[in-house]
Design a protein around this ligand. Sequence first.
Ligand SMILES: [Zn+2]
Length: 343
Amino acid sequence: MKKLTATISAFCISLGLQGQTLSVNETTSDTLSNDNIKLTFLGTGAPRPSLTRYGPSILVEAGGQKLLVDAGPGMRERLFEAGGFELLTDINLIILTHLHFDHTISVPGLWLSGWLFGRKSPMTIYGPVGTESMMGHFESAYAWDIRYREIVGVHERGSELNAFDIEPGVFYEQDGLKITAISVEHMPVIKGYSLSPVLEGSTLGFRIDYNERSVIFSGDTRTTSSSNLIEHSMGVDVLIHEVQVPAPGNSPEAQLANVSLSVHSTPEQVAALFRNTRPRLGVYSHIIPPELTSEQITEATDYDGPMLVAEDLMTLTIGDEITVGIAGDSGTNIFTEADVVDQ
Ligand SMILES: [Zn+2]
């Protein structure tokens, strides 16, 4: 935890941001004003396993509402680390950018353990076309487990999984929180075709608006000059973007690693988007490869505005100022059996 604090502090100071739009909060207990949006980066990595960058997942808190953007490997554990059983059982909404395993594999983990340890409301999932089908398969896969636990006394409320396929546009509006799905470009390209003719599906980014604060989540996407993200990102407070730093050289390993550059974004391309849209803060998350340091990514980014590289368990509180903090130590890790029975 201390190392993360030092990294963030050093980074902000090096950009001369302290005391301006961005300040560092070195405590672990941010209080969330009702006017702010708070983000907790649960995982900032990608498909390759990493013990420092878990799979992509970001907790969003706005007013009294909580939701997750994506559910990558390790999300459940990071949530528990950030807020104990209270947080684990408090979340009943996940929005998915797309259906790759590194964005969805923790859906069953949170859906079922949140329920097993006390959540008494259904889990709701929104995502691109195919989400309803995938969630239906999860329900079938765990039907025996659910029935077993209900028979031995776990309450039945909370074991439901409600899934919705969504299209680009506004799909969620409640108590001042508005979420817009944005079509982005992450489908494979096959020589001779602009888009693959053999695989149906889509990939999404999201814009979240609350109380005149706004955040863009790029999702997984290559960046082009016609990207839908440009229009949606104008005037945004925080623009969170994925990144892949090309492997150097021309070795077979480097060539293989760089195949995925056709569906991800280089620092050069993201810098161009940042320059075009000028967010109050640009943020990198979903970092490929995960062992890259913040300094390496920053050095590769030709952008002179406020930006940083997210780390697991980093928080951003977006208000009049944007404050960086560290999640953790706010929940209990002592489980009470009484939480899971119907009273
Ligand atoms: Zn991904």
